[in-house]
Write a protein that binds this ligand. Structure first.
Ligand code: DGJ
Length: 746
């Protein structure tokens, strides 16, 4: 890994053994982008990569030159108003009303390791040798606004982390109205734009469209990253697939409003921008004040999308997630939400917990309904003390009893919200985000606390800290069940209202930081009505997230498949729930529900007492199995083999680091008569090893012995599962699935 600066050609080359990133200082002093992609050999001068021809109608910078036009030059951090008509990375409103700026190169530093981003989640290093960081200092000549562009190059992995820090070095008050974390000008537009979109209960579905001239983008203006679009996109070559081809992935380490955009210009280049959504963003910078953008992570592959995902998985699992649970196998939990909703008392809860313990579950999680006057969605949020009618000895008593059973105890909170019918709201009606004199919209009958105010965050911290200190709590599910409306803070002046969305998220991060610091052994699972805040920012505080409220196994295949493009298996909360499923009404076999949930953190979301004895025995066996295999599932290398977005079959696989062990999952949606022969080609194995393969449905049986080469190149035969002739008629069942367990011969 090296970051080099060539004085003569004014060129920066950042490279490791996989990628190169090259920039240069342009003739006008601004930074130009020359190359991002597969590693190329270093040389003194890469100026041939700076394409610039005279173009009719272009605005030109120099009187003696018709070719130098910002309209079509590839730039590193383009600003508004001096001849580049594409969307800028930065726009600054000045005291005279002008929004025009021009950031020129002033100097740079190269640091070992990676500096922290104050108050924001970000990737990190544990040792300075793991990365180098280039900080480019740019300055707007007129206002003296300084922009420090940071580029961290990791020694391992085809990945770069970027962010920008602004410092108002001049004497006037400025307003940043656009401050993107990353701009990447690519030389052509032969790309597919891949996004992960949907809605509640169908998050992160894979969508692919061809880039065309003009702007294509996804984003959120809801105050959280959203069910609708994920702050992760891929540009892939049209021919690229899971196993071959070129792609660039961009992930935004942030949990609020975002924009991920690709703009194809009229001369065929593509500008990619990623950052805080500029709509309703306006950050005031007094002289001497600074603003730090969140981080964006940029990865590259020329070996297909599985390789790109593995780069993100490895970085996010090891150098974005933090703390005690980062590398630990996650406890198998039971959550009472779908078993009881808010209709429970202590006896009912203990009954569910007892049966779960008998089956081998390790952690009991008490969901919504335990606090204040929380009888229904209309009341209680904000009052984080136990409801004594339901829990006579409080959380302290319940957690002790669960502990005595030999299980850990976890608790649900929704810290950012309040109901009107709550003591907190009665005491502080002005603590919600609202515009005085205007009505406020509700979402699920709740209102959003103004987390841009420190006293609000302090108060919620105080209540949570008390419970966590008094009771025996090992896990927190942190929920967030509505989007923001009336984003206005009466505590801020008029000219700072454009800061509220971002200040709100900073308040959320602050609360997370304080709680994770004070209670380092608590496992946090983030959640937002399922997966509305499943983003890289959250992973920094909570190493796992509730993937979706949709627990239907068939739907989960799509949701977890889409999620896997960016996020590691160890981050995906996935549970077995009852059948027929509460979200879809669909009935699926118990083993298929478990087979889908193993590719995640694994747990149950039902009352096991309601199962037959035979089913309970199956659950015990599932838990035994997961305990034996969870390290492999959660920390192995994950491959997508077959896509639920492409056909009737889904294939997933995890492989151990030494490639001696693997599990492949095969899932078939609908059965059909007299089906064609089918095979599933495995991946990631050692072609020279011989593997003993066992097939697991409800129970396990030997399947055969095969070479790694046979399994990868010829494929595993799955046809017997599609025939109605096999014993038990399994081949004719809808939503059938199997796991293939592979162990290398000694
Ligand atoms: C939404 C979550 O996604 C569910 O799992 C559950 O915790 C409910 N909220 C509780 O209100």
């Amino acid at each position: 890994m090296r970051i080099v600066f060539k004085e003569d050609s004014q060129t920066f080359h950042l490279y490791n053994d996989q990628i190169s990133y090259i920039m240069t200082v342009l003739r006008d002093g601004q930074m130009g982008q020359l190359y991002f992609g597969k590693r190329i050999r270093d040389r003194e001068d890469f100026s041939w990569l700076l394409e610039s021809l005279p173009r009719p109608m272009s605005s030109c910078t120099f009187e003696d030159n018709k070719a130098f036009s910002l309209d079509h030059l590839k730039q590193e951090y383009p600003s508004y108003g001096t001849g580049d008509y594409r969307m800028p990375a930065v726009e600054v409103l000045q005291e005279n009303g002008s929004r025009i700026s021009r950031f020129v190169y002033r100097g740079h530093r190269i640091l070992e390791g990676k500096p922290k981003l104050e108050g924001l989640p970000a990737t990190y290093t544990e040792d300075d040798g793991e990365a180098q960081t280039l900080v480019l200092t740019l300055e707007d000549e007129v206002t003296h606004l300084v922009a420090e562009l940071s580029y961290t190059l990791f020694a391992k992995g085809a990945v770069l982390a970027r962010s920008v820090r602004f410092l108002n070095g001049g004497g006037e008050v400025l307003h940043l109205t656009t401050a993107m974390s990353l701009c990447l000008d690519l030389p052509d537009h032969n790309w597919d734009f891949v996004q992960f979109s949907g809605a509640w209960a169908r998050e992160r579905h894979l969508k692919v469209r061809r880039l065309e001239e003009g702007i294509q983008s996804v984003g959120s203006r809801r105050g959280h990253s959203s069910h609708e679009h994920n702050p992760f996109v891929i540009l892939k070559r049209p021919g690229a697939d899971e196993f071959q081809g070129e792609a660039v992935g961009l992930a935004f380490v942030y949990s609020g409003n975002f924009l991920a955009q690709a703009e194809v210009g009229s001369h065929g280049t593509t500008r990619v921008l990623m950052g805080i959504h500029p709509d309703s963003f306006d950050w005031k910078l007094e002289p001497g004040e600074t603003f730090q953008t969140p981080e964006a992570v940029l990865a590259y592959t020329d070996r297909g999308l599985n390789a790109l995902s593995q780069t993100f998985h490895s970085l996010f699992r090891k150098r974005l997630a933090r703390g005690y649970w980062r590398d630990r196998e996650r406890p198998i939990l039971i959550n009472n939400w779908e078993a009881t909703y808010m209709d429970f008392d202590e006896e009912k809860i203990l009954g569910i917990a007892r049966k779960a313990k008998e089956c081998g579950v390790e952690l009991f999680v008490l969901d919504d309904g335990w606090f204040g006057e929380r009888c229904c969605e209309h009341a209680g949020l904000g009052d984080w003390t136990a409801n004594r009618d339901r829990l006579p000895d409080g959380i302290e008593g319940l957690s002790r009893r669960i502990g005595e059973m030999g299980m850990k105890f976890g608790l649900w909170f929704e810290p950012e919200m309040v109901n009107r019918d709550s003591d907190l709201f009665r005491a502080h009606p002005d603590w919600i985000l609202h515009v005085p004199g205007r009505p406020s919209a509700h979402g699920r009958f709740q209102y959003v606390l103004d987390f841009s105010r420190k006293e609000v965050v302090d108060c919620i911290y105080g209540m949570m800290e008390k419970i966590l200190s008094e009771a025996e709590i090992s896990y927190i599910k942190w929920d967030m069940n509505r989007s923001i409306t009336e984003c206005y803070s009466p505590a801020l002046p008029a000219d700072r209202q454009g800061e509220v969305f971002h200040r709100y998220i900073l308040g959320v991060y602050d609360l997370y930081e304080r709680l994770t610091e004070k209670f380092p052994h608590i496992l946090f699972e983030s959640c937002a009505s399922g997966g509305a805040r499943f983003d890289p920012g959250m992973l920094y505080y909570a190493p796992q997230a509730w993937t979706s409220d949709d627990t239907d196994a068939a739907e989960r295949l799509k949701i977890q498949h889409g999620t896997s493009y960016c996020y590691p298996v160890s981050s995906m909360g996935s549970h077995v729930s009852t059948s027929p499923n509460h979200q879809t009404g669909r009935a699926t076999p118990l083993h298929t529900r478990a087979n889908a949930a193993y590719f995640g953190t694994f747990g149950y979301e039902l009352d096991l007492n309601t199962l037959t004895e035979e089913e309970q025995a199956q659950v015990k066996e599932q838990i035994r199995f997961m305990k034996a295999y969870r390290r492999l599932f959660q920390f192995g290398t994950f491959y997508r083999l077959e896509s639920p977005f492409a056909g009737n079959v889904t294939g997933w696989m995890v492989v151990s680091e030494d490639r001696r062990e693997a599990v492949a999952g095969w899932f078939r949606m609908l059965a059909g008569p007299n089906q064609p022969y089918t095979r599933m080609r495995l991946a990631g194995l050692d072609p020279d090893l011989v593997y003993n393969v066992t097939v697991r449905r409800v129970t396990e049986r030997p399947f055969g012995q095969f070479g790694g080469d046979e399994l990868m190149y010829a494929g595993l035969v799955t046809s017997d599962a599609t025939s109605g002739e096999v014993p038990g008629g399994e081949g004719l069942l809808d939503f059938e699935s199997r796991l293939f367990l592979l162990k290398a011969e000694e």
